[in-house]
Design a binder for this molecule. Structure first.
Ligand SMILES: C[S@@+](CC[C@H](N)C(=O)[O-])C[C@H]1O[C@@H](n2cnc3c(N)ncnc32)[C@H](O)[C@@H]1O
Length: 254
């Protein structure tokens, strides 16, 4: 990390302040270090519940056959595979991610390999999507927007590439509603999760960054307001598993 952090604009990398210009690289390093074990770790740390959250989110997106969809920060492609099944042969699914390693792991997984072959992978920064305005019927982002240096810019881009009337979902971690559950979840995520991460991936820092970045992410009402300010309409959200995760949905004005 450079020593000019104080002089430059800073961004949060978990609870650590880093230069804005460095955050993308540092996040990319985290995902490089965990790419091969990413899916296994997700299932282990969430006890498999992340698949249920993803299915619920997809239902809120109400995809139809023939639609064109973008999965922003798509990683190893869980949401893209679900979208591919929903839009059928006549539809198109683009997975957009900054990290080549994550995309390669997902692309060559044997589970659902037929669907994975029909996903177009595009590498780039979600703050500058390489697609024209009004391209997609639907856009989704799962556990990704939190990692952006400028989250709002990511949503502005998502809005830009949607066709008028196009729908979006954003699935992201949040904080449990019940105090008791929140207490237990905090203990689990700050103390146990990083140790499990170290044990299975060798990277304790990636799994320290995870709970820290979750704590800094806007709460559901605040995020709804951000989405509305950008121009999304019909914004609503659903808490999942007492609020550990939250899915927001909205659409671009017709
Ligand atoms: C926690 S993973 C989520 C993957 C997948 N969406 C899922 O739900 O399992 C976050 C992904 O965001 C990607 N990412 C982080 N910063 C990004 C950026 N600025 N632009 C595009 N992708 C980014 C990472 O490479 C990683 O694959």
């Amino acid at each position: 990390m450079s020593n000019n952090v104080e002089k430059e604009d800073t961004a949060n990398l978990g609870f650590t302040k880093v230069a804005k210009s460095e955050k993308d690289l540092l996040v990319a390093r985290y995902f490089d270090s965990v790419a091969r074990q990413y899916d296994f770790m997700n299932t282990l740390l969430s006890f498999g519940i992340h698949y249920l959250w993803k299915h619920t989110s997809m239902k809120m997106l109400r995809l139809k056959p023939g639609e064109k969809v973008i999965d922003i920060c798509g990683g190893t492609g869980d949401l893209s595979v679900m979208a591919r099944k929903a839009v059928g042969k006549s539809g198109e699914v683009f997975l957009f991610d900054i990290n080549r390693e994550m995309m390669l792991v997902g692309k060559y997984k044997s589970v659902n390999s037929e669907y994975r072959k029909q996903i177009d992978h595009v590498q780039g920064n979600a703050e500058k999507l390489s697609f024209a305005d009004n391209t997609f019927d639907a856009a989704m982002v799962g556990f990704g927007i939190r990692n952006l240096t400028n989250m709002k810019q990511g949503f502005i881009e998502m809005h830009r590439v949607l066709k008028p009337g196009g729908r979006m979902i954003c699935l992201e971690f949040s904080r449990p509603v019940s105090r008791m559950f929140r207490f237990l979840y905090d203990k689990y995520s700050f103390y146990i999760m990083p140790q499990i991460g170290r044990l299975f991936t060798g990277s304790q820092s990636a799994y320290t960054y995870l709970p820290e970045s979750i704590r800094l992410f806007p709460m559901p009402d605040e995020l709804s307001k951000i989405l509305e300010d950008i121009g999304f309409i019909d914004v609503r959200y659903k808490r999942l598993t007492n609020g550990i995760a939250v899915v927001h949905a909205g659409r671009k004005k017709q």
